[in-house]
Write a protein that binds this ligand. Structure first.
Ligand SMILES: NC(=O)c1ccc[n+]([C@@H]2O[C@H](COP(=O)([O-])OP(=O)(O)OC[C@H]3O[C@@H](n4cnc5c(N)ncnc54)[C@H](OP(=O)(O)O)[C@@H]3O)[C@@H](O)[C@H]2O)c1
Length: 293
């Protein structure tokens, strides 16, 4: 049995899909059985478990030989203390995974922000998650450190469609290691099943090539019939105001802006060149073709 936590998230769903497509026995976890139904229809077991519930998680992990864990969601817009949520989830995973009989392998979703000692905002918890899981004994633990999710560009599609522009704080010419979460799911599934050698440690995942937001915007423009589309850089204060106007708490607006500054100023960055181990196949154009109807 392989257990996938947060199976309705972008990445968790990709892990579950990849495992089910390869014919494995899978248990998917989430807060609502209803939202897990699509996996059950494909043969998965489902368990309604919160990621901050150590007893519920332990029961769900009891017969697992492989487990995928992650801190979800990426952010809670109205949270007044997102690190507290992350600490609860990390602690619950750590307690639930300790000393399980048949468990041999844990794959965790971390991120490229864990490369940076001073990571702050929504990504603060990634390194603490790795550190907590690294204290487990008798089990292989591998932490995936993917780069910039292509899914981050989803809101830009509507912006470009409607206004012909997209905007953001990251410079338009900054190269980003953009990766589709479907590719992260495929790697996680291969590690969990032993199809790919796991071992213990961290694995950066970088997509097929670095891409800029100027290129992302141009590709979206082409795909939605706005070939003149362009990316406009905004400053930190404007980004923060936009987040507040969209309903973010002050805490989340400040943290999200700080995290984005760390990307813009390259403190959050990959540590090694892309190679056959860290590259993943889906291009941004292929990703777009899948998400644009
Ligand atoms: N975005 C990036 O560029 C990037 C890059 C590297 C790493 N990461 C890391 O990837 C992770 C996010 O991955 P993702 O995008 O796959 O996740 P996600 O799609 O944001 O996760 C969404 C899931 O979180 C659960 N959820 C939603 N609101 C919640 C709440 N208030 N309390 C508890 N659970 C809630 C829901 O599951 P249920 O309702 O089914 O429980 C939902 O399906 C983060 O740890 C982030 O740091 C992100």
């Amino acid at each position: 049995m392989i257990v996938v936590s947060s199976a309705t998230s972008n990445t968790g769903s990709a892990v579950a899909e990849a495992l089910l497509s390869a014919g494995h026995q899978v248990r998917v976890l989430g807060r609502s059985r209803d939202r897990l139904r699509r996996f059950v229809e494909r043969g998965a077991e489902a368990a309604e478990v919160r990621t901050d519930d150590p007893d519920g998680l332990r029961e769900a992990f009891a017969d697992a030989r492989g487990v995928f864990v992650m801190i979800a969601p990426g952010f809670i817009p109205d949270s007044s203390d997102f690190p507290a949520h992350q600490r609860r989830v990390i602690s619950a995973y750590r307690q639930a995974l300790d000393g399980l009989d048949v468990l041999t392998r844990i794959v965790s979703l971390s991120g490229w922000a864990a490369n940076y000692d001073g990571a702050r905002g929504p990504v603060w918890g990634l390194r603490p998650l790795e550190q907590a899981l690294d204290t487990l004994t008798g089990v292989e633990v591998i932490h995936l450190r993917p780069g910039w999710f292509m899914e981050n560009a989803l809101p830009m599609i509507e912006q470009v469609r409607v206004t012909g522009t997209a905007h953001g704080l990251i410079p338009g010419d900054l190269l980003l290691p953009a990766i589709a979460t479907a590719d992260i799911g495929a790697v996680a599934a291969d590690l969990l099943t032993g199809r790919r050698k796991a071992g213990t440690g961290t694995l950066e995942l970088q997509g097929p090539r670095d891409i800029t937001l100027d290129e992302v915007t141009a590709a979206i423009g082409k795909a939605v019939g706005r070939p003149e589309a362009r990316y406009e850089r905004i400053d930190a204060a404007t980004m923060r105001e936009g987040l507040l106007a969209a309903g973010f708490s002050t805490h989340m607006a400040d943290g999200t802006t700080a995290m984005t500054i760390d990307v813009a100023e390259r403190r959050i960055a990959m540590t090694r060149p892309r190679d056959t181990e860290t590259a993943t196949p889906t291009t941004f154009e292929e990703f777009l073709a899948r998400v644009i109807d």
